[in-house]
Ligand binder design. Structure first.
Ligand code: P5A
Length: 436
């Protein structure tokens, strides 16, 4: 992509409304634009990252044996009256009336809709287990939307729903999601800390929040320091095997107490206790028959008896993750994208656009990288070098190639790694070899 063609409305100044670094950088890097309180448009650069995050989340859900569906954003109020949550949900629910005076709502979550789908189509225990998920926009009329996409009113969520015949099966489903979440967040370059949680408006009695470390985070976390050195991607995961030992190992590393906000009740020894703050990027729930019993989602068991299915639901804040990744990975100059979610892998700066030799070197490298399927953002604009350097650091692509008149004469360009700041003078061929 040529920067001269790209829609990248960057800001030079810090926007005054942004209180935290990710919000500031997302606005400054032209990723999103606020439409109204807590509601954002995603511009090309932001959308590329959102899609990358979504892709990794989808990949891990598929690997864990879940099946993707897409439910409606607008839901009928009746389903929520059946489950008993219509009144309970209160002002966070955006209620809508259609032209026939029917009460509708913009879905804040989808337990009711998925339970309705299930009860109308599944009859026998032989059809279990099932785990369905979607990646979709939700609306919650938060009292205080803030921190940009981190606490929006409209936000992008991956939500799964599991259906099992009995508690043992439901626990297997829960553990699968627990492990899939560890993998998902690790692949996004984050260190997830699972904390035992309250199940709040979703209900139920087994629940974990997945929190990634960030000083500005709204959640308090504490865990064993060993936790921070454990990489879930090193585990061989067989989703058909018993995952309880892995879940146990992970939950042992942090405090399993009723009061998650009180490190005093924590079982970790004081010298190994890590206390910090973080952002909740995922939340999983086992809630048994809470929805299936009230909504009549039953299957016939082995003895021909109707039994309400055991359910769980599992959420990942996909749009929140974009902010969380920036909170976890930035410096004074801007964003530092982990390779897995970078909007482009390489940013190429032409220091002297219009100079024949520089243009020729850039075009050749740009073409060769495209051939090799490397996504490049090529700054071909007629701008001052300082402006180009600052913007490239701001948008945080993992690799920068700088092509200038001096190097071109001797056949070399500069390769800079955004994260470490390390620079090397290399031939174009060597750069190509390095990046492919
Ligand atoms: C689980 C999936 C649920 O809604 N029902 C379906 C369950 N859980 S949750 O904890 O309420 O939300 C899941 C994740 O969504 C993100 N999230 C938000 N992201 C941005 N802005 C918001 N206002 C917002 N609210 C929730 C969080 O990452 C949360 O863990």
């Amino acid at each position: 992509m040529r920067l001269s063609d790209y829609f990248l409305p960057t800001l030079k100044e810090n926007p005054s409304e942004a209180q935290i670094v990710s919000h500031r950088l997302m606005l400054r890097a032209g990723m999103v634009r606020q439409s109204s309180a807590g509601i954002y448009s995603w511009l090309p650069m932001g959308l590329r990252v959102l899609r990358k995050v979504e892709g990794i989340v989808r990949d891990e859900m598929d690997a864990a044996g879940c099946q993707e569906i897409l439910m409606p954003a607008i839901q009928p109020a009746e389903l929520w009256q059946e489950s008993g949550r219509y009144e309970d949900y209160g002002k966070e629910m955006l209620r809508i009336t259609d032209r026939h005076e029917r009460a509708m709502l913009f879905g804040p979550t989808h337990e009711e809709v998925v339970t309705d789908i299930f009860r109308s189509s599944v009859r026998s225990y032989r059809d279990l287990p099932k785990n369905l998920y979607q990646i979709q926009w939700k609306f919650r009329d938060e009292v205080r939307p803030r921190f940009g996409v981190m606490r929006g009113r409209e936000f992008f969520m991956k939500d799964n729903y599991s259906f099992d015949l009995d508690y043992a099966g439901a626990l297997r489903s829960y553990n699968r999601m627990f492990v899939a979440y560890l993998r998902t967040f690790a692949r996004l370059g984050l260190t997830p800390i699972p904390m035992q949680a309250d199940s709040g408006a979703i209900g139920g009695d087994l629940s974990h929040e997945f929190i990634v470390l960030a000083e500005t985070g709204e959640s308090a976390v504490y865990c064993d320091r060993a936790w921070l050195e454990t990489d879930p991607l090193e585990l061989e995961i067989d989703y058909d095997a018993d995952l309880q030992p892995i879940v146990d190992r992970w939950t042992q590393l942090y405090a399993a107490t009723d009061d998650k906000h009180d490190p005093a009740t924590c079982k970790v020894a004081p010298d190994r206790l890590f206390e910090g703050r973080g952002i909740e990027v995922g939340h999983i729930f086992y809630f048994g028959t809470k929805y299936s019993a009230s909504m009549g989602a039953v299957v016939r068991d082995e003895n021909g008896k109707d039994t309400a299915v055991e359910m769980g639901s599992y959420g990942i804040g996909v749009s929140r993750l974009v902010g969380a990744i920036i909170e976890a990975s930035h410096d004074d100059a801007g964003i530092v994208w982990p390779e897995a979610v970078a909007p482009f892998r390489v940013g190429m700066i032409n220091l002297r656009s219009g100079d024949e030799a520089c243009d020729r070197a850039c075009e050749a490298l740009y073409g060769a990288l495209a051939q090799a399927d490397v996504a490049v953002l090529y700054d071909d604009r007629d701008e001052r070098a300082g402006v180009k350097f600052a913007e490239m650091d701001l948008i945080g692509l993992p690799w920068q190639i700088v092509v200038g008149p001096r190097g071109v004469k001797t056949g070399s360009v500069e390769l800079k790694e955004r994260g470490s700041g390390e620079r090397e003078e290399l031939s174009s061929e060597a750069v190509l070899a390095r990046l492919t």
